[in-house]
Design a protein around this ligand. Sequence first.
Ligand code: TXA
Ligand code: MG
Length: 347
Amino acid sequence: MNTKHWVVDNYQDIRQHYPQIKEAAAFLQQGEVVAFPTETVYGLGGQVKLNSAVEKIFQAKGRPSDNPLIVHIADQADVEKLACSIPHYAYKLMEAFWPGPLTVILPRKKGEVSELVTAGLDTVAIRMPDHPAALALIKEAGVPVAAPSANRSGKPSPTTARHVLDDLNGRIAGVIDGGETGVGIESTVVDCTGPFPIVLRPGGVTEKEIEQLTGKAATNAVLKNKEEAPKAPGMKYAHYAPEAPLYLIEGTQETIQKTVDKWRADGKKVGVLTTEENQKRYLADTVIACGRRDDLTTVAKNLYSALRLFNEQPVDVIFAEPFPKEGVGEAIMNRLEKAAGHKWIVG
Ligand code: TXA
Ligand code: MG
């Protein structure tokens, strides 16, 4: 399959790119799948009711079929067409954070989305992305769009169209190229089926912000201790991993450097994932900085592209500095721990 590449570089005025959006939407209407930018990461979209389109999404990604997809909408009124028993606090969340990096899990109405989208669950995940190209595409397609992140399963999520093509070129009908995404990590997934919101996946919106708005919020126990079965099925799979094994490394720059030296003396090519503040302080085969430690939003924005950059370097092992689990640091550490397969070493 020849994958089309529609560039929409003028982020401010999407109307200038109407022919590209129209062509991409026409592919969706014909049951094909196309990738598009959102404010978090690129998504791979298909019509929400059409089994054959949803199958194409799972096939292109190599995604396990028990991992449900998020339904993307462009109009908040569509929530009531897809979900029922919507609690008051969920409306508060949608009004405060939509369009934006928040996904709500609600009881689903029967027959509104393909059973493949919800992977047999009686709930549905819904979000309204904050990106002009995504919103224009969904409106033009005229239907809600099911979309996981547009990466091959297990790889870091794509934050540029280049990342999408690296993983999916020839496997999808096209990609709308809106440049680099802003937030850089995926939306916060919030279970809204109980008496108060429960964060199933940390993301751009923090638990604190949710709590401030709704009075009470919690984080799913599985994120804190790993005993319970994950409630967001996707959380149980290996994810975000670069090709070389990655370890989170605890220690000072001096002790971390000593560990790097030891592995290099053993003949290993060592990569270090750090931030701009510390980049020049390490001597290793590859040192990559993702953003600034004093502004974790820059780390979130650059994390996945940094992980992908290691695949272009001849490294046998990667050591990553950890971050404080506060604010967006919670989401960053959630992704890094998964990328590391929860492997820690002390430097
Ligand atoms: O920012 C994002 O959320 C991006 C962009 C493209 O919108 N999408 C994304 O989708 O990250 P995906 O498929 O990579 O992750 C969706 C997560 C998975 O962990 C999945 O298990 C969970 O949401 N999920 C989906 N439907 C669910 C449901 N009904 N109940 C619980 N978890 C659900
Ligand atoms: Mg994903």
